[in-house]
Design a protein around this ligand. Structure first.
Ligand code: CUA
Length: 184
């Protein structure tokens, strides 16, 4: 029994058992398979995007988001909780900022179909999960880092951003919108 020390004092000199070797082999093969699958699924799964990440302070990110909101807000969206959140229509081809904070995605974005954008997302407090529905794109959003992705929405419609990392009492209310519209 393993709670007692081995009877043989030089136990490390006994040859490794066959069944143990087989298990080590199985585990190794499985690890390699999972590792290869991780790479394969990045392309085949179409859920994990090739994004970039940079360090940025909450103050700087907040200032950039606010500058965009001040310049390009086109209307207000009233949530079910009664909060008004600006809807921003930034110029196509440019940088777009989306802030995660307790418990909002701020602002809402209106993007043009078939136009490319640099979408920057960061958190002002702690970790949130960006989950775009119904297309099921998922990104982890962390404070002090901005996640940047180059994206070209190819289908008009209303997309909902839900938070998929538990972030506190208001987690379930943390919903945002991305509206993809035909060119104006
Ligand atoms: Cu933010 Cu959960």
């Amino acid at each position: 029994m393993s709670i007692y020390p081995p009877k043989e004092a030089l136990w490390w000199k006994t040859p490794i058992g066959k069944s143990e070797l087989v298990w080590v082999g199985v585990a190794l093969v499985w690890c390699l398979f999972m590792f290869a699958f991780m790479v394969y699924w990045h392309g085949a799964g179409k859920q994990n995007l090739s994004n970039e990440a940079y360090r940025i302070s909450a103050e700087d990110f907040s200032a950039k988001t606010k500058a965009m909101v001040d310049k390009y807000t086109v209307r207000q969206y009233k949530t079910k909780l009664g909060t008004e959140i600006p809807v921003v229509h930034p110029p196509a081809g440019g940088d777009v900022y989306l802030t995660a904070r307790l418990w909002q995605w701020w602002p809402m974005l209106e993007l043009e179909k078939d136009k490319s954008y640099r979408l920057h997302i960061s958190s002002l407090d702690w970790m949130h999960g960006f989950s775009l529905q119904p297309v099921n794109i998922n990104l982890e959003i962390l404070p002090d880092y901005e996640t940047v992705l180059t994206t070209t929405p190819d289908k008009a419609g209303e997309y909902t951003i839900v938070c998929n990392e538990y972030c506190g009492i208001g987690h379930h209310t943390m919903m945002g919108k991305i509206f993809v519209v035909d060119k104006k």
